[in-house]
Design a protein. Structure first.
Length: 282
């Protein structure tokens, strides 16, 4: 009956988590719990059971509005605003997705872009820099979480190193890292000089640690805690990286939308001037 246990435990839990994550993403993107509320309502009240035509139309309009928000990422408040924005997009040949990415800089009521909310080109380097740093931090903490070595500090010498049950490696982000192996403890002859990054007393301290019979028990306790700690830190850095990416994406969209609106405004001004010239000639 292992397959029954697999279906009822692993598959069921995975499906619940996947559906919950999808529901949260949809609700966050549309800015409303309407999709979840409608799905829950369908368990008890079918769509055909709503007989009042006005209420039925209102529910249909709200569903259409949520679908518009989800598709284009534009937080319009009413269906009329969505229709107005669609006509504007069709007339100016500006993608609705670009308007959605521009965020709060575009006024959905007046269909205009606030120039004071469009950042200068030099400001784009700020979120780009943070994005790069946060991606590297996320990758680094994720790699540590996947490691089978403990990050420890020897109190007597203040040496930071990666410790396993048979090897110790100096903690440093870049370059070739020196190591001390457990097998070297069998050699009674002391090394003339310590390896680069190690203190002269580190070898003796590490040999005492490896000789401790409780080392394996200590590893089985501390290693899971270290993994959880670094996984949480990696998740936090990944979230901030996503926020930096979203900000960079929004600023780029705002600048692109401003350029497109300027291109649209120039022909409009030219056509207006030609109309005025014709009126004056007549």
């Amino acid at each position: 009956m292992d397959w029954i246990s697999f279906l009822t435990r692993d598959v069921a839990i995975g499906s619940i988590l996947g559906i919950s994550a999808a529901a949260l993403i949809i609700c966050w993107r549309v800015g409303s719990f309407h999709p979840v509320n409608v799905r829950l309502l369908r368990f008890f009240i079918a769509k055909d059971e709503v007989e009042d035509p006005i209420i039925k139309k209102s529910l249909a309009d709200q569903t259409a509005l949520v679908s518009f928000r989800m598709t284009h990422g534009v937080k319009v408040q009413t269906l009329r605003d969505a229709q107005k924005l669609s006509k504007f997009s069709n007339r100016t040949n500006i993608p609705l997705d670009l308007i959605g990415r521009a965020g709060w800089a575009f006024n959905l009521k007046s269909l205009t872009l606030n120039p004071n909310r469009v950042p200068h080109g030099a400001w784009l380097a700020l979120p780009a820099f943070f994005l790069l740093v946060l991606i590297l931090a996320t990758a680094g903490f994720s790699a540590v979480a996947a490691s089978s070595k403990l990050l420890v500090s020897l109190k007597a010498t203040d040496t930071w190193l990666w410790l396993s049950q048979d090897e110790a490696r100096v903690f440093q982000p870049f370059g070739q890292r020196a190591t001390i192996n457990k097998s070297s403890c069998r050699n009674e002859q002391d090394e003339a000089e310590p390896k680069v990054g190690f203190h002269e007393d580190d070898r003796d301290i590490l040999c005492e640690i490896w000789a401790d019979p409780g080392l394996e028990k200590h590893f089985s306790k501390e290693l899971p805690e270290q993994r959880i700690t670094f996984l949480v830190a990696a998740a936090i850095f990944a979230w901030y990286a996503f926020m930096s990416f979203s900000l960079l994406r929004e600023w780029i969209a705002q600048r692109e939308l401003r350029d497109l609106l300027d291109e649209v405004a120039v022909p409009d001004l030219g056509s207006r001037s030609r109309l005025l010239e014709r009126a004056n000639d007549e």
